[in-house]
Design a protein around this ligand. Structure first.
Ligand code: AMP
Length: 185
């Protein structure tokens, strides 16, 4: 199955994504992880991306699309994948649609992990990483609200959209996601 996983920063998407890919044997494609690895390796793309990441802004679409085109071409993606953190803009979603239409491998679902904003701010502030200063957190939530949320409607129109409640224990949320994805099998 080919699924995209959408959710604001602090929703617990990474943890759930990890468990879901293990359960279904999917490739885990986290653009955040890819960018952090590129940044740590000080590649040209990584250093460029860091200029945006450190302020909480999204990196430019062309840059992230280049990375994902390359990644989707790798053999482990043939058995299905979970896209975690991509697409994050309408332009990225359109680029993905074109890419997948060319390959004849459409998406099966777009799953939203829904968490209210006050709760996100609280969780992100508690996590206290260097990139989680209140200003950066605000910027990241802002980017989600303005640039990523329009995707919910985009995928709803394509009849791919499913939302699950992101409040509760890790296991409760996992069970909700599993109930949705089981139906795709
Ligand atoms: P994440 O770990 O998914 O929250 O990503 C960390 C940071 O990487 C984000 O705040 C963005 O700066 C950047 N990033 C990750 N994925 C994307 C994407 N699809 N489009 C633009 N920027 C991204």
């Amino acid at each position: 199955m080919r699924v995209i996983f959408i959710g604001p920063p602090g929703a617990g998407k990474g943890t759930q994504a990890q468990r879901l890919v293990e359960l279904y044997g999917l490739a885990h494609l986290s653009t955040g992880d890819m960018l952090r690895a590129a940044r740590d390796a000080k590649t040209e793309i990584g250093l460029k991306a860091d200029e945006y990441m450190s302020s909480g802004a999204l990196v430019p679409d062309e840059l992230i699309v280049t990375i994902i085109v390359e990644r989707l071409g790798q053999p482990d993606c043939r058995n299905g994948y979970l896209l975690d953190g991509f697409p994050r803009t309408i332009a990225q979603a359109q680029a993905l649609d074109e890419m997948l239409a060319d390959k004849g491998t459409p998406l099966d679902a777009a799953l939203e992990l829904k968490v209210p904003e006050e709760e996100l701010f609280r969780r992100l502030a508690e996590r206290g990483r260097a990139d989680d200063s209140p200003e950066v957190i605000r910027q990241r939530l802002d980017a989600y609200r303005k640039q990523t949320k329009p995707l919910l409607d985009y995928y709803n129109q394509q009849k791919l959209f499913v939302s699950i409640d992101g409040l509760g224990t890790e296991d409760e949320i996992f069970d909700r996601a599993k109930a949705v994805l089981d139906k795709l099998l």
